[in-house]
Design a protein around this ligand. Structure first.
Ligand code: ATP
Ligand code: MG
Length: 414
């Protein structure tokens, strides 16, 4: 056991953080449901090909970041580095094409072997939405509108901006590829090693390079938006018009491409200036070619994923949880009736904790720290009379109440 430390890039999510994470995921799930998305989940691990055949051989995820191992049966297994490929696989495995269009919401841990730093972990969490089987721009508008709604609801909308681009259809990309390669030819030796590989396999992805030298070269590169065919142009115009109609602000960012190879048409990111280098909180796009690449029938898709840890950093703190009633037994003989009172109150729907040890002052201080709305004190002389003392922590007022009528009496108070 190496120093009893968690593995680098993983972290324990302790009580306050957990509440914050749960708040983010639960609000997102509730809003997704209200936009007509159904929650589901693919497994945490899949056969490696599910990811390696779809995310693309030039993606950072496939080339460097996957947690891949042979299991005891000799199968190559990968811990999911993202949700989309697994959800697309589930769509095909379960024969869901006949139910399409489908709108899914998913949440949970994902795994990438990258260099840990602020906002960049090896096990992190995503919330994810996908619309499968809708070829038109209304799906693009719908997923972006849901993202905007969630960010607004979480109170971070003012700190993010939506950047948007189109990657066009395959025909547009193919004709643009030649133009881009002509431009890049004279810079081949100045590009980073990764980008030289991308040049041969998927030159568009060089726009996504985090290397400063690559970025300088790409700042004067010809742009795909000047080489779109009519269909791709019209599709993008529909998306922009739809966002305008909903009053969703955006900036067209002509150098935005996405890290994974399966995207086409719309690509977008919600970015913030408040998190330093890791400024992308939510990112997604359209992936019409994905299902076919996995060996299934062509099925259009669009979706996004957001990093829960990055959202949590933006929110800072969770809204307060349920305020408990704390039951305090003073003396051994009070323990059993206190447990009974707590049990009855819990079964009646109250949030109840026990204040076990220390003198009364200490226990009251602890109850206060737990944000208790009331404490119920069971002392020996009270017990002898069949009563307990209820102290309202808000007003400081105290009242005696009959132990036998505790559930009924508290119904009147809270
Ligand atoms: P980046 O450019 O920051 O590496 P990415 O393009 O790899 O991001 P996506 O694959 O689009 O990210 O994942 C969606 C979201 O998941 C990101 O916008 C981010 O909020 C979050 N995310 C991605 N990688 C990490 C990580 N290693 N640790 C924490 N959150 C992450
Ligand atoms: Mg990444």
């Amino acid at each position: 056991m190496a120093d009893l430390q968690p593995v680098r890039g993983t972290h324990d999510i302790l009580a306050d953080d957990f509440r914050l994470h749960r708040h983010i995921c639960d609000r997102a799930a509730a809003l997704a449901a209200c936009h007509g998305f159904q929650e589901m989940t693919p497994p945490i691990f899949e056969f490696t090909e599910v990811f390696s055949r779809t995310l693309g051989e030039t993606s950072d995820v496939v080339t460097k970041e996957m947690y891949t191992f042979d299991d005891r049966g000799g199968d190559s297994i990968t811990l999911r580095p993202e949700f989309t490929a697994g959800i697309a696989r589930a769509f095909m495995s379960n024969g869901l094409a006949q139910d399409a269009p489908l709108k899914f919401f998913a949440r949970g841990p994902v795994f990438r072997h990258e260099r840990p730093q602020k906002g960049r972990l090896r096990q992190f969490h995503q919330i994810d939405v996908e619309i499968l089987g809708v070829p038109g721009a209304q799906a693009d508008i719908e997923v972006i509108a849901l993202a905007a709604h969630i960010l607004d609801d979480l109170g971070v909308a003012k700190d993010v901006r939506l950047e948007l681009n189109t990657l066009g259809d395959p025909e547009s990309r193919l004709s643009y590829r030649g133009v881009l390669l002509d431009y890049l030819a004279k810079y081949r030796n100045d590009l980073s090693e990764d980008s030289r590989t991308r040049m041969d396999k998927n030159p568009l992805r060089i726009f996504d390079s985090k290397d400063k030298g690559d970025q300088d070269i790409m700042s004067s590169a010809p742009l795909l938006q000047d080489h779109l065919n009519d269909t791709s142009r019209a599709f993008f115009d529909d998306v922009l018009a739809g966002l305008d109609a909903l009053g969703i602000a955006y900036e067209v960012q002509p150098r935005l491409v996405r890290g994974l190879d399966y995207y086409s048409h719309t690509a977008f990111e919600f970015v913030t200036g408040t998190l330093g280098a890791q400024g992308t909180v939510l990112a997604g796009g359209r992936y019409d070619g994905l299902m076919e690449q996995m060996g299934g029938r062509p099925t259009p898709g669009i979706g996004w994923a957001a990093g829960v840890e990055r959202l949590a950093m933006m929110l800072g703190a969770a809204p307060a949880g349920d305020r408990p009633i704390v039951v305090i037994p003073m003396g051994d003989e009070a323990m059993a009736p206190a447990m009974k009172a707590a049990h009855d109150l819990r079964r009646a729907g109250h949030t109840v904790d026990m204040g076990y040890s220390g003198n009364l002052k200490k226990r009251l201080a602890r109850a206060n720290k737990a944000n208790a709305k009331a404490v119920l004190i069971l002392g020996s002389d009270e017990l002898a009379r069949g009563v307990a003392t209820l102290r309202n922590m808000e007003s400081g007022t105290q009242a005696e109440l009959k132990l036998s009528e505790i559930v009924e009496t508290l119904k009147l108070h809270f």
